[in-house]
Design a binder for this molecule. Structure first.
Ligand SMILES: Nc1ncnc2c1ncn2[C@@H]1O[C@H](COP(=O)(O)OP(=O)(O)O)[C@@H](O)[C@H]1O
Ligand SMILES: N[C@@H](CCOP(=O)(O)O)C(=O)O
Length: 297
């Protein structure tokens, strides 16, 4: 059987108000070369190589095996060579990329015949929200809805003049933990504020309206509750609209924070960021917005 090569981008979900709805693909990648083998093997390099290289309880192998079994196939053991550019547990969509890789491998090695749309739908179901998986598979900025049990989405390309600085703290945070702090109910004022911001967001990206980003990336649904477990967020939120930085939001469920900046103003944005960090240890990852996702067909 032929080998399978996959290249899946990191994603930053929510972008503030578009909680569980929008995400943007970034130019940091999970690359995988997989082939049928006698036993399961992984050779991992890049970020978090120990965790990525574990055979037991590995998200990718577990997802692959459970899908194959569910579809009545014997899970063919796989040998994987992985180069991982997506930090795990930082809010950059590593689990969405990993799950999509597993589903694509089950499709290929199990001969499932699933379309690209079906692969994406399976990933959204496993993730429990469609944002990261849709942007990872399709590229660009994707707004997705699960209205009526189906997946509905639209994709736009981010303005070429914009890029992002993703600010990573030292310790990861599991998405499940960051979801557990959210309330079950919200006031009408909070919901209206988020509908306004999220509606602006898509149009601000589509029309390159950097002036709208401070308002379009404001959020009252998840960030206020996650601020206590994502220490960089309250420090960096006030930078929106200042010193070359257009908008600021928690990246996905955190703990990383994404700054949308003018590419031409990167040195100024870095200076503004450095001053706000006040010597606090953080890695700054500069990325462009990825136009292509990992999907095939
Ligand atoms: N390349 C990978 N290889 C193995 N496991 C992975 C990989 N990427 C993600 N994971 C699993 O997903 C977890 C992170 O998922 P999650 O908490 O949703 O954070 P995020 O998606 O923001 O990185 C990791 O702790 C690990 O269990
Ligand atoms: N909408 C989700 C996004 C989670 O993204 P991740 O990259 O942190 O897995 C949420 O905010 O919980």
């Amino acid at each position: 059987m032929s080998s399978l090569h996959l290249r899946l981008p990191a994603t930053s979900a929510n972008l503030g108000a578009a909680f569980d709805t929008a995400a943007i693909a970034l130019t940091a990648y999970l690359s995988i070369e997989a082939e049928a083998a006698d036993v399961f093997r992984i050779e991992a390099s890049g970020r978090n190589p120990e965790q990525c290289g574990q055979i037991e309880n590995n998200l990718i192998f577990e997802t692959y095996k459970s899908l194959m079994t569910r579809e009545g196939k014997i899970p063919v053991p796989l040998a994987i060579r992985m180069e991982n550019g997506i930090p795990l547990g930082m809010g950059m969509g590593s689990s969405a990329a990993g799950r999509l890789a597993a589903i694509a491998m089950a499709t290929h090695f199990g001969g499932l015949g699933w379309s690209s749309e079906r692969i994406l739908a399976e990933a959204c179901a496993l993730e429990g929200h469609p944002d990261n998986a849709a942007a990872c598979w399709l590229g660009g900025l994707v707004v997705a809805s699960e209205f009526g049990g189906g997946l509905h989405y639209v994709r736009v390309e981010a303005p070429k003049a914009w890029k992002a600085l993703v600010v990573l703290p030292g310790k990861p945070l599991a998405t499940s933990e960051a979801r557990a702090v959210l309330p079950e109910q919200y006031s009408r004022a909070d919901v209206v504020a988020n509908v306004q911001a999220a509606s602006l967001l898509g149009l601000a990206f589509a029309q390159a309206r950097a002036d709208l980003l401070p308002a379009a990336m404001a959020d009252r649904v998840h960030q206020p509750y996650r601020a206590s477990i994502c220490a960089l967020l309250p420090k960096l939120l006030p930078l929106a609209g200042r010193g070359g930085i257009h908008g600021v939001a928690l990246s996905g469920a955190g703990p990383a924070v994404i700054l949308v900046i003018d590419a031409a103003a990167e040195p100024e944005a870095r200076e503004t960021l450095k001053a706000a960090l006040m010597g606090e240890e953080a890695e700054v990852l500069a990325v462009n917005f990825a136009l292509s996702g990992g999907g095939f067909e």
